[in-house]
Design a protein around this ligand. Sequence first.
Ligand code: ZN
Length: 485
Amino acid sequence: MIKIFNDLKNELEVFKPIKKGAVSMYVCGVTVYDAPHLGHARSAVAFDLIRKYFEYKGYRVKYVMNYTDVDDKMINRANERGTSIYELAQESITQYEEMQRALFIKSPTVKPRATDEIPDMIKFIQKLDKKGFTYESQGSVYFDTSKMENYKSLFQKKDVSEQDTEEDQFTQSDFAKDKKNIEDFVLWKKEKPGEPSWDSPWGKGRPGWHIECSVMAMKYLGETIDIHGGGKDLKRPHHQNEIAQSESATGKTFVNYWMHNGFLNIDDTKMSKSLGNFISLMDMLKDHSGVFLRYYLISSYYQRPINFSMDKMDQAFLSLKKIQRFYQNLDKYSATKVKSKSVKSISEHKNQIEEFKKQFLDAMDTDFNSAKALGYLFSLINYFNKSIFIKENQISIEIKEDLIEFLEGIDSFLGFINPQIKEEQDESGSIWKERFEKLTNTILDFRKDVKSAKNFELADQIRDLLINAGIKVSDQGNDYSWEIE
Ligand SMILES: [Zn+2]
């Protein structure tokens, strides 16, 4: 039985899926205007763990995570760089998906891009309009929050650590004078010169941020979904507004369980691009493996903030090695049939191991508390190292196989116990890279000989062949250099 801390009610609730054996899950994705940092990785790993834990428990999970590919930050950045928002988005999505692969995050079932869904957003605003929840002002369309009775009480309890989002500040400043109530939010923004825009019944413009998520969640998952997730900073006003517009349009509950991950902080301040205190993920991956970063992020309970510091990383590295060694060593111990006089102690060991396993899974079942669960895993390892390995140096076949099965099972969502398969994949990648470099150099050395023999025609042919294969060759006197185009 899985229990979820539902942020809307501030309560731990038993998870009851809408469809038996299935979970529908929507998580607010990133605004794709820059390379991901460790804060993005935190949210992505947290919800990947939750999704995979459901799968481990036998649920079919449909997981939708969007890309916000039009907003003010994107427009400003694209203008700064003299590129289109489409290209900017493309580049940033590639980087984001590289991060997912590096951290062994399973790709979401659907990854819609906001700009592909604009006709549905327009239809949705029309639906709200017909029901009398909107008004037009200065060419933009707003949601009238005074029409929704419980609007102000949604997600009222704000954590001390939560800060207003940039969108928040923008909405308050730029459009405040055009609104009936200060909380009203824009559904359709009137076009501004130099900004991308789409045709709509209200003239050229673009959708507001909140409407994107409601429309994409409902389109791919239905009018009521099981779980909606995101960072804690999205509770108000983003998720508050998602509820307001979705439930006003359908008259149904939009989301059964709201879940929010804590921030990744540096010196007690949220890591964010706009505050400039971020650590780029690609920089982190230069010094640390993806398996380790995944462990580091999962070793905290997803709801709690992580206070990032290099010292703690060293500690975490030793802890991860301890788990991995334990798993690897299991295979080395001779698993003999145990003599009858040891039978009692074997059954004691088995009971103790069962108890740790149960505690581990209870912690995961109780709102996916991976920090607590890992505590029990370490208890199990310590118990083993003290009581079984050292004293007897042999374990029963049953215990050994049972433990291997357990560890491999939980590794389907933890993803860091048996890094061997993953490392082998990495290594085979680097072996191919080495071979490719060797082959290219061999061909180019041959071309050097061809040039020395004054067969320039053949030398040019070889160069052209390489260019066709995407290898750009530059001659430097007798020597050469090359790069991949
Ligand atoms: Zn969202």
